[in-house]
Design a protein around this ligand. Structure first.
Ligand SMILES: C[S@@+](CC[C@H](N)C(=O)[O-])C[C@H]1O[C@@H](n2cnc3c(N)ncnc32)[C@H](O)[C@@H]1O
Length: 208
């Protein structure tokens, strides 16, 4: 599979500034990540894993809501995220661990070692990891994934005056988009991981 370009996330301050612009100009004044968290009581979670954690926006919000003794572990391909991630989680009063790893299809974690796994706006970089999420989650654990929809991605491209057809962004989001993500996750619930089609067949772009 082609290496994904992670340059937009290389400098945490720039990533944070872009994130802030998106929030301020969005027609929805609420951040979808916070709306998703508001729907779940996650105080039960003591062992938390954030995949593709970036500078820790989601992790900070999660940290405020999980058990007081919780440890929040972030994994991200870019080491520059360590410092802001750890600072944000500690600022929320929880213990933080950061692992620099470019995720593909394996998680370096023991089975059932997390109560809560979150992945916000990042699972489309590594959708092959979904079976591993199922392996590392505790039996009554929760997996919370936030992603974009194909339709909103198309709208963003149009607003930016960029070609929609053949867009690499659309291709990226299509690997785990709102329109198809639920189907991918429920397949896992029903039949485990065996026989799961390769991501392009299951989650590929062009739909939605
Ligand atoms: C759009 S940002 C989302 C960050 C954070 N989850 C949030 O909600 O603010 C995507 C993040 O995924 C990370 N990422 C992309 N591909 C990755 C991979 N294969 N393994 C680990 N991290 C990856 C990027 O470095 C970036 O920090």
């Amino acid at each position: 599979m082609a290496e994904r370009d992670l340059r937009p996330y290389e400098i945490p301050e720039e990533h944070e500034a872009v994130s802030d612009i998106i929030r301020r100009h969005s027609t929805n004044p609420a951040d979808v990540r916070i709306m998703a968290l508001d729907r779940h009581d996650i105080f039960f979670a003591r062992r938390v894993l954030d995949l593709g954690c970036g500078f820790g926006f989601m992790a900070e919000e999660v940290a405020r809501r999980v058990h007081a003794q919780a440890v929040v572990t972030g994994v991200d391909a870019l080491p520059a995220n360590r410092e802001p991630f750890v600072a944000r989680v500690r600022g929320a009063g929880r213990q933080a661990r950061f692992v620099t790893e470019r995720l593909e299809s394996a998680l370096p974690c023991a089975p059932e070692s997390f109560d809560l796994v979150v992945s916000s706006y990042s699972l489309y970089f590594f959708p092959q990891i979904i079976p591993e999420v199922s392996r590392v989650l505790a039996r009554d654990g929760l997996f919370l994934a936030v992603t974009h929809s194909m339709s909103s991605t198309r709208a963003v491209l149009r607003l930016a005056g960029l070609p929609v057809e053949g867009s690499p962004l659309l291709d990226q989001v299509g690997r785990f988009c709102a329109e198809r993500g639920r189907g991918a996750l429920s397949l896992l619930r029903q039949g485990g991981t065996r026989g799961l089609p390769e991501p392009p067949a299951l989650l590929g772009g062009g739909g939605g």
